[in-house]
Design a protein around this ligand. Sequence first.
Ligand code: AQP
Length: 330
Amino acid sequence: MSEKILTGIKPTGQLTLGNYIGVLRHLKRLQDRGDCYIFVADLHALTLPIDPEVLRQNSIDVVAFYLAAGLDPQKATIFLQSSVSAHAEANAILQNYLYMGELSRMTQFKDKSAKMNESAIGLGLFAYPVLMASDIILYDADIVPVGEDQKQHVELTRDLVNRFNNRYGEVLKMPKPEVSKVGKRIMSLSDPTVKMSKSDLKGDIFLKDDPKAIRKKIMSAVTDLGCEVKYDPENKPGISNLLTIYAAMKDISIEEAEQHFVGKRYGEFKSEVADAVIEVIEPFQNRYRQIIETKSYVQALKDGQIKANALANNTLNRIKKAVGLLDIYE
Ligand code: AQP
């Protein structure tokens, strides 16, 4: 049986080059490798305040970007998380197998809640990893491709699966996070010590930025002292980040990228990084615009919804049965 692969993106804001490098660019290859379930994590987007119209538009964008990245709805199942009610049901059951202590140690929760007033931190933000575990478990996922920031949540899902199976037998499939070697954590161009993120408007390259804006942002990216183009994340975080971006765009290793820039100055280096990004992102944007115009994302979501519900409900029934919920039709 082919392996099941699951991944999703939260429609919380404009997608960044970080999302592209961390996840989107791998999708085309993944759909040929296994049975792909690729979703829009719209329920997760509600964990922080968001305008309803913005959420709707962002959700369309995420699907259009999936398709622009080369996902084929005939091969992969593309769906909205909120269109499969099993996610919420599994969440209600599985929340009893993760504990407050472990949830409060999640880095993403600590980072996001640190910027908020305590009285405004929603329960959903705290319990985010439970819903994410439900997403993964419902599709019997073997592999969960993620950026490094999400790896901790997949590890927690593994703990939950262990705990649940120890108690009820081999009910849940054990998933594995898969983090790409190059580009697992793309950093902000204005502060290369923090992650490039949808919610951080400064110094990020957004997937809808026009080529001129992309070039300008890269040319003014923060660099480091010295003049050598060398991969050294600790002492040269800015240069290392740009090297990573270049390597990801060219689909080569960091060493090969480093080799290419031996003896070149920062200005020339940045200009080549900008060329490399534009060369990949411009055709990607053209495909995105065509998908938005023809609304082909609608049919993809309708088809995906049917397939996703079938598999998710199957697993949900297995979970319900294992924990002792009565099935009156049995
Ligand atoms: N900077 C990044 N480098 C590499 N991978 C990244 N990802 C996100 N940013 C980077 C990966 O993209 C996938 C989808 O992310 P998400 O939107 O579901 O969640 P996130 O990690 O919280 O992304 P953001 O951009 O930081 O969103 P906000 O600002 O809303 O919290 C994930 O696999 C993620 O690892």
